[in-house]
Write a protein that binds this ligand. Structure first.
Ligand code: TYD
Length: 413
């Protein structure tokens, strides 16, 4: 099976005028946690490099790991992160109240529906639902809790083969759009699945947050595109669609929820007009913004390494808090291994007992607070949940334990 290929043109506008912005080195897949018995085996590593299209300003990866290899068994479980579940509850009720309440038998399709956590919320509101989720192990979990889920990558053949004739009022895709290599085929499918006047709602991490907060560790092989509005608008335009609204969200370090429909069906909102202006002002369409970002990431790496070495010399015990995919990018890029971290705590049962890709640090389940002493420093790899985690771990902090938050500038709290 082929595992990898290199593209040489932009995913949206096909321009070959591409500039290398950040090279994160050769990295293993960020979610490829390893069983103990496989630690000695060969680990696949692929270049991880960010390129900017100088024509349409899509920031993207061009080193593409084939999706069959990347997603065949997946360890990311939406339901493992409570803040995401809260987000989904609110998400479903907002969409329902705004667009579905008046419809007789509303039907929602979710692409990349993971374990069915969001669709479950739509179902509770009385909506018919269907999930499409490529990871077989996870699609099964959704089916087991009563969320009908097809285990496939979305493409036009699959729509035909599964006779997905019932059209949806809403198609949602959460944190999926950035994972799609063939965005044009994807948009053709969305059009096939949507009813007349239907709405495509998707959430993607927002590029301005990535740049501003130096969230370089959210760059990994699964995430092929990093979006601001201009390239998205260009893509939608090709399909006679338009973005009519956008809402900023806190999840995943800063996300935008984007609303798309056939042109002229909905009024363009004030929020959208304002965000377009803000992007220009921020300089997201200027190359020097990206050059500065790249310099800052390099500086962050050396600051973090210096801080960890200093703590180690002082005899502190350091462990990782959370084993997200992004944590692995950070650990691999900054070369933080067992010389610094004794173990990593994570709440995802599927990850327990496994070792992190590349750096081979063991992931463990929650340790009781009694075991945590004042000598300890937790490197907060799941920095996107800083607020929740700090609240949850006040016992640890009361005992003198500290969190080291790695981005945007390593700081102790
Ligand atoms: P997340 O940031 O959702 O994903 P990604 O892998 O895309 O970077 O992952 C958060 C990880 O942190 C997940 O493995 C669950 C874990 N976690 C904890 O261990 N404790 C917590 O309190 C929370 C909120 C998450």
């Amino acid at each position: 099976m082929r595992k990898y290929h290199k593209k040489n043109e932009c995913r949206i506008c096909s321009s070959q005028d591409l500039k290398l912005i950040l090279d994160l080195g050769k990295q293993p897949l960020a979610n490829a946690f390893i069983k103990k018995e496989n630690l000695q085996k060969y680990e696949n590593k692929f270049p991880l490099r960010l390129y900017l299209c100088k024509n349409c300003f899509l920031l993207q990866l061009l080193d593409i790991v084939d999706k069959e290899f990347l997603f065949k068994e997946y360890l990311y479980l939406t339901s493992a992160s409570k803040p995401i579940l809260n987000h989904f509850q609110k998400y479903a009720s907002e969409i329902y109240n705004e667009f579905l309440k008046e419809i007789k038998k509303p039907f929602v399709i979710e692409i990349g529906s993971n374990d069915g956590s969001l669709l479950k919320e739509f179902k509770k509101l009385g909506t018919d639902v269907l999930g499409i989720e490529p990871a077989k192990n996870i699609a099964k979990m959704a089916n087991d809790i009563g969320i009908p889920t097809k285990s496939n990558f979305l493409n036009q053949n699959i729509i035909k083969k599964n006779s997905l004739e019932k059209k949806a009022s809403i198609v949602v895709a959460n944190n999926v759009f950035g994972h799609i290599e063939d965005l044009k085929e994807f948009m053709k499918c969305i059009k096939l699945l949507l009813k007349n006047k239907g709405i495509f709602v998707f959430e993607v991490p927002y590029l301005i947050d990535l740049i501003q907060k130096l969230e370089f560790d959210t760059v990994y092989h699964e995430h092929l595109s990093y979006f601001s509005l201009r390239p998205l608008m260009k893509l939608m335009n090709e399909f006679n669609l338009e973005i009519f609204d956008v809402k900023k969200q806190k999840v995943h370090g800063g996300t935008i929820r984007v609303f798309v429909a056939e042109k002229d069906n909905f009024e363009i909102t004030k929020d959208l007009k304002e965000l377009i202006k803000y992007e220009e002002k921020f300089g997201i369409y200027k190359i020097k913004t990206y050059e500065k970002f790249s310099d800052n990431v390099k500086q962050l790496r050396s600051e973090l390494q210096d801080k960890l070495s200093k703590f180690k010399k002082e005899g502190k015990i350091i462990f990782g808090y959370g084993a997200p995919a992004k944590g692995n990018v950070l650990l691999n890029y900054c070369k933080i291994g067992t010389q610094f971290l004794d173990y990593i705590l994570d709440t995802t049962p599927l990850k327990h007992g496994l070792y992190t890709p590349g750096m081979h640090i063991q992931v463990r389940s929650d340790i009781t607070h009694q075991e945590l002493s004042s000598q300890q420093i937790a490197l907060l790899l799941a920095w996107n949940y800083e607020e929740e985690i700090i609240k949850k771990e006040n016992e640890f902090m009361k005992k003198g334990g500290k969190f080291l938050v790695p981005i945007p500038i390593p700081r102790l709290i």
